[in-house]
Ligand binder design. Sequence first.
Ligand code: NDP
Length: 287
Amino acid sequence: MAAEIIDGKQISADIRAEVAAEVKKLKSKHGLTPGLAVVLVGEDPASQVYVRNKESACAEVGFNSFKFELPADTSQEKLMDLVYELNNRDDIHGILVQLPLPSQLDSAEVLLAIEPNKDVDGFHPVNVGRLAVGQATMPPCTPAGCVELLKRSGARLEGANAVIVGRSNIVGKPAALLLLAENCTVTIAHSKTRDLAGVCRGADVLVAAVGVPKMITGDMVKEGATVIDVGINRTDEGLVGDVDFEAAREKARAITPVPGGVGPMTIAMLMKNTLKATQMTLPAQAR
Ligand code: NDP
């Protein structure tokens, strides 16, 4: 039987509506409006689209959004000064520096300068550490979106064998830690993994975050598995994921499409993290 299609667009809309309801409460109870600052350096067209999408999501949920556009030849010092200024502003609760930065800039140093409680991307080493010790306050948005899709599609996570293919710092590794926190038995596979097909066939939950079109074939999917396809690959056939969707959906219990699966979740989780960052500025009993 063909798998249930996990509707990332709908789930993302549900999350944005939940965030909007919380924002109303924050405004009426505490006079507080979440503020997200997005810093864009240079004119990379893809980054400009991402930043526009973030601005419109902020407007939809009732956040204030602040866009800071700097020229491509901005110095490290100037960018760092801006980050320090944003760290100190009370009306800004989340700071996001759009990556990639132009090559003269040291992005690791910039990310390290962001105040961890305003690091809504979840890339600061303090937040990576919190995630590693099971206290994820600001989980990175894409893997957090994957877990949300799993939960809301009814996947049973406790005790499940979860295989994540890909070990990047922004998707694979944090996805593994988040699934471990959900009591999955986690395996991380990568380009040096022996018998990748065999490893994947053991997965009740299979997360593909590789960047190779359709590399997860139908025979790598266990009967009844839940498959989350993070991959975004531009091909002659259009946008495709890392999973051979048609073949995998014959085996899986539920599966995300590309587009319309994980993609829309990243911004929804960014809104959720910004809300959380705002709530964290209140005394614990008032949250
Ligand atoms: P990276 O290139 O940083 O990491 C890819 C990972 O895949 C690496 O760990 C690599 O292994 C592994 N890998 C590569 N080839 C193979 C192979 N043949 N077999 C097994 N493992 C392999 O990618 P990202 O994590 O940044 O992104 C992964 C995909 O997710 C991309 O398509 C990207 O566009 C998409 N993406 C989607 C987002 C969304 O919002 N939906 C957000 C972020 C990413 P090794 O470490 O050994 O090299």
